[in-house]
Design a protein around this ligand. Structure first.
Ligand code: TYM
Length: 334
């Protein structure tokens, strides 16, 4: 069975972008892949986050992963910091990556732009992400469009390491969805819908009730030419709505556009489709709220299962580089 791995940062409330770009596909992959899904709490430390908030967000993230339909009997759900090999492999890969390639990462450029001080972790963030992926020898990584460049880096590091030190890592492929791979903010359609951007009207939350979804879609920014056609450059707001409906109904945005002559009708159907899509997620989430011991069990079992795969990969990489294996206790006792 082919393996997939993906991760999500517990840095705020999950959005419709997370769902359409990634989480929905994670659920499909668990059916026919050996799937590992990770709450990447260490990645959340690259910006200043209140420890109390991080703790709550990490638990919330795990609850949301169950709410979207991930089934711990079919996939492994775990927290990144529970598997120490993630940080251990990161160092080995930092010694494989170059400053130049990290400097080229657009997400680093965006996030560091205009900041007085930039944490070193923000700069090396994509290397930690590469470690997440390579530790599990993942064949495919289901992500939204914004993570494609990071995926390229993970591939490049795997290839470089393998060429220099011998076959160690699987070179992963990005699995980016055909529709809604880049969901844009409803109020600022030139920027990505994001959990870390303060844009209450522009962001649809994973757990938003139908009324909130309808209100936000109705107020979504479009344009004044009145023609329904898919043109991301000239009509970004409308294109985003078409993408959303396409993503929610498994069609292409061009196909979706053919059915409409009025923006109002399109908005009505987008709101309805999204509300229907997210309703079961909200319901499952409400049912789970009371069952924190269950979540703890899922995460404990997930950490053990993840460690079983991650530890031998780390050991192989360390050995390939010439690090001495841990002397065994048996030898110490001799
Ligand atoms: P994060 O937490 O920002 O997002 C989680 C997933 O959601 C996708 N996504 C979107 N897709 C479409 N439209 C959007 N507006 C949108 N916003 C987010 C992201 O592409 C992602 O797939 N660095 C990663 C987390 C990570 C990771 C990994 C991913 C850490 N290690 C290993 C894969 C494999 C991130 O910050 O994603």
């Amino acid at each position: 069975m082919k393996r997939v791995l993906s991760g999500i940062t517990p840095s705020g409330d999950f959005t419709l972008g997370n769902y359409l770009g990634a989480l929905r596909h994670w659920v499909s992959f668990q059916e026919d892949h050996d799937a590992f899904y990770c709450v990447v709490d260490l990645h959340a430390l690259t910006t200043d986050i209140d420890p109390v908030v991080l703790r709550r967000n990490s638990l919330d993230a795990a609850l949301n992963l169950l709410a979207v339909g991930l089934d711990p009997r079919r996939c492994t759900i775990f927290v990144q910091s529970h598997v120490p090999e993630h940080t251990r492999l990161t160092w080995l890969l930092e010694c494989t990556a170059t400053m130049g390639e990290l400097r080229r990462m657009t997400q680093f450029k965006e996030k560091s732009h205009g900041q007085e001080t930039v944490r070193a972790g923000l700069f090396t963030y994509p290397v930690l992400m590469a470690a997440d992926i390579l530790l599990y020898r993942a064949d495919a990584v289901p992500v939204g469009e914004d993570q494609r460049q990071h995926l390229e880096l993970a591939r490049e590091l795997a290839l470089r390491f393998n060429n220099r030190y011998g076959e160690t890592f699987t070179v992963p492929e990005a699995a980016v969805p055909g529709a809604a791979a880049r969901v844009m903010d409803l109020q600022h359609p030139e920027r990505k819908m994001s959990k870390s951007v303060e844009s209450p009207l522009g962001t649809i939350g994973l757990l938003d009730p139908a009324e909130a979804i309808t209100r936000k879609v109705r107020k979504a920014v479009t344009d004044t030419d009145g023609e329904v056609r898919y043109d991301r450059a000239a009509k970004p707001g409308l294109a985003n709505l078409l993408d959303l409906l396409a993503g929610a109904t498994d069609r292409t945005p061009q196909e979706v556009a053919k059915g409409y002559t009025r923006y109002g009708d399109l908005k009505h159907d987008v709101a309805e489709a999204l509300s229907e899509l997210l309703r079961p997620v909200r319901e499952r989430r409400m049912a789970l709220e009371d069952d924190l011991p269950y979540v703890d069990t899922v995460l404990a079992e997930g950490a053990a299962a993840a460690h079983e795969v991650a530890a031998p990969t780390y050991a192989k990489a360390a050995d390939a580089l010439g690090l001495l294996p841990l002397p065994s206790l048996a030898r110490d006792e001799d």
